[in-house]
Ligand binder design. Structure first.
Ligand code: NAD
Length: 297
């Protein structure tokens, strides 16, 4: 393997430690812990795992975790009423509604109900608009985590050619906005893109957020490119193994021969998402309490 491994797990654990220290200072100064509310509707197994992990990480960082689990058949009005209560609750600095929501709910309406000042996921139109226009605001956790890894590895990103594969509101679009704000030349590729391979071939930075196992091959890459693999795909167990295999959107074996640096799956982008969520919640808490963060997180 020629590529340097970008160790998101280690980076995330350092970020979580810094957030933990800042959370202790916050509690001493504000007279209350920072608080993060997580709402789960229904019992999607992957969402259950994420929500459990978020609650645990919140408590480990010394913040208050408020977990609300509602049955799948909850009427939308009840969820909106809960969000209103959380918006008004001074102990709650951040609100996260775990997606996807059950089919009978209007996801856009639910997200719109979240107070933009507590939108630690960065999914409201206010947050998206702020990001697009270069104003300070909450940025979705996964792409912000990717940016942190890129800057840690490459330093100044200005002038780099970046290709983002995927245009979701959660990953692809905010990732492209962040890279643009860092003065990269950004191309956003998606399911209708023609000749994806030759776009990828030009890129110094490739961020793959597609949801297709091992789609990006090593021979697509410009030699030495930096590759950030956001994908989380479960493949059936390999011969002789009991557990499902977790792979990214990048074919790690071939890509790690061509890339200059690459994030593994698992252990790359995944651990960054929760660490950035905690960071966003602590930033929100400081704004609510009128306190300044002593160091940038
Ligand atoms: P999504 O399904 O909302 O979006 C996928 C995007 O890929 C779409 O914009 C689509 O146009 C594009 N696409 C589909 N097929 C394509 C193709 N053949 N060529 C080029 N583009 C194509 O998914 P998402 O929510 O953005 O997530 C993407 C992946 O990232 C998934 O594997 C998801 O599990 C993972 N993810 C990981 C984290 C994390 O914490 N690491 C967080 C969010 C999402």
């Amino acid at each position: 393997m020629a590529a340097k491994l970008i160790d998101g797990k280690a980076f995330a654990s350092r970020l979580r430690a810094r957030v933990g220290e800042a959370a202790r200072r916050f509690e001493a100064a504000a007279g209350r812990p920072a608080g993060l509310a997580v709402v789960l509707v229904g019992a999607d197994p992957a969402s259950e795992v994420y929500v459990g992990a978020k609650g645990k990480a919140t408590r480990e960082a010394g913040m208050a975790s408020f977990e609300h689990r509602l049955p799948a058949e909850t009427p939308e009005g009840e969820l909106l009423a809960l969000i209103e209560r959380l918006n008004a609750d001074p102990a709650v600095d951040g609100i996260l509604v775990q997606l996807p929501l059950p089919k009978h709910m209007d996801e856009a309406a639910v997200i719109a109900a979240i107070d933009p000042g507590k939108d630690v996921d960065g999914f409201t139109t206010e947050s998206a608009g702020r990001l697009a226009t270069g104003l300070a605001g909450f940025v979705p956790c996964t792409p912000l985590g990717c940016l942190m890894l890129l800057k840690d590895h490459l330093g100044d990103l200005s002038g780099f050619d970046a290709v983002v594969i995927g245009r979701s509101n959660i990953v692809g679009k905010p990732m492209a906005q962040l890279l643009l704000a860092e003065s990269c030349t950004v191309t956003v590729a998606h399911s209708r893109t023609r000749d994806l391979q030759s776009l990828v071939r030009r890129a110094d930075i490739v961020v793959a957020a597609v949801g297709r196992a091992e789609m990006v091959k090593g021979d697509w890459l410009k030699p030495g490119a930096t590759v950030i693999d956001v994908g989380i795909n479960r493949l059936p167990p390999a011969d002789g193994e009991a557990k499902a295999r977790l792979v990214g959107d990048v074919d790690f074996a071939s890509a790690s021969e061509a890339a200059g640096a690459i994030t593994p799956v698992p252990g790359g982008v995944g651990p960054m998402t929760i660490a950035v969520l905690l960071r966003n919640a602590l930033v929100a808490a400081h704004i609510h309490a009128g306190l300044r963060l002593e160091e940038e997180l």
